[in-house]
Write a protein that binds this ligand. Structure first.
Ligand code: WQD
Length: 342
């Protein structure tokens, strides 16, 4: 079975390629224009798995470049679509860039599904589609609220587009996976996140940037929230657990487990952890002292959000294997691989 991974050179995409190869049931090919990642990922995947993955350096927003690649690849059974811009703060600064890229790339891939009769589609969505949530934990039935950023809005629109396409194409199945906060790196320490744009990094990357530099101080965005230590709560989940969920999803879609045109699953650990708890755990696990200070709240931040991922366990047979210590240790191992002197 051949799976096209759109965005295979990126953080979640590369870890999913590793798990698909390790699963031994799939032939994989990647399409990624490296706009948010760097060369070297396919070499790292080969070093870990022994398999050389073909990546087509093609912009998914360019249909005239995309379609010939899909035609050349012949029969493709499914697409896993990761390729999108994903920085919340950047989407607030450049909303049109986000709508144009994230929506065009999706509709081009769905047009390709129609033209080349590709019947299975896994979509990378986000817990940010829920907006401000009234009750926790968040289930798939939690009402979708107003998006707090253009990034989150592109994911809401993307989900609606996929639902519409799936209901108009009877032999097509889509699975939407709503990630909570993916962190960590492949447990081998040989693959992980490489941030192309430092200012728009997530917490774990900023922790690493803080350790790397002698004069950087991490700011904790608010310690006056109504949480156990005043800092925000998030549901951090190991990137390989997220990757394994994609393998389970494509298996479920292709083996008939999924009967409805479109199914939605939360991907989280179900455990909420505060920012200060993550910082303290990092210091304890790595022995590194973090320079941080308490600053004002960040616009758009939710005080707390964490998941109820029982549905993915019940239907996909998926559950998390890694804990917070694994997430931090693997991220730290990858950081040392990247910056040998640490
Ligand atoms: C986490 C917590 C910050 C940096 C992310 C992605 C989004 C989506 C959901 C997948 C927050 C705090 C951060 C810093 C801090 N993921 N923080 N100081 O905002 O939860 O959203 O997960 O689709 O794409 O952006 O993640 O890592 O930015 O923040 O205090 O220097 O860490 O306030 O509470 P966020 P984040």
């Amino acid at each position: 079975m051949k799976i096209l991974v759109a965005g295979g050179n990126g953080y979640i995409g590369s870890h999913t390629l590793i798990q698909l190869i390790k699963n031994h049931s799939f032939e994989v090919v990647s399409i990624d224009n490296l706009s948010r990642s760097q060369l070297g990922t396919m070499d790292r995947i080969e070093k870990i798995t022994g398999e050389k993955v073909m990546n087509y350096n093609v912009d998914l927003c360019d249909k005239n470049a995309l379609f010939p690649v899909i035609e050349k690849e012949g029969k493709i059974d499914g697409i896993i679509h990761f390729a999108a811009f994903k920085s919340v703060p950047e989407s607030i600064e450049k909303p049109y860039k986000y709508y144009k890229n994230n929506i065009n790339s999706l509709t081009n891939l769905l047009d390709a599904c129609e033209q080349f009769h590709i019947q299975h589609f896994i979509f990378s969505s986000s817990c940010s589609v829920y907006g401000k949530v009234a009750t926790l934990p968040v289930t798939e039935e939690t009402p979708i609220g107003k998006a707090l950023s253009p990034y989150a809005h592109t994911k809401q629109i993307g989900e609606d587009i996929i639902q519409a396409y799936a209901h108009q194409h009877s032999d097509f199945k889509a699975i939407i996976l709503r990630y909570f906060n993916p962190i960590g790196a492949d447990m081998s320490g040989q693959n992980g996140e490489i941030v192309s744009d430092e200012p728009h990094s997530n917490l774990m990357q900023i922790i690493m940037q803080t350790v790397r530099s002698n004069n950087k101080t991490l700011t904790v965005y608010g310690k006056d929230y109504d949480t156990r230590d005043g800092s925000c709560i998030r549901d951090y989940i190991h990137v390989t657990d997220i990757a394994d969920a994609h393998v389970k999803a494509i298996e479920a879609s292709t083996n008939g487990t999924i009967s409805r045109p479109c199914e939605i699953f939360n991907l989280g650990t179900g455990q909420g952890i505060t920012v200060l708890e993550i910082l303290n755990a990092f210091e304890k696990i790595t022995g590194k002292k973090l320079n941080y200070k308490i600053g004002p709240r960040r616009a758009g931040d939710l005080p707390a959000i964490y998941s109820d991922s029982k549905k993915a366990k019940q239907i996909l047979g998926w559950e998390c294997k890694y804990n917070v210590e694994d997430m931090i240790l693997s991220a730290w191992k990858w950081e040392q691989e990247l910056f040998q002197h640490l």
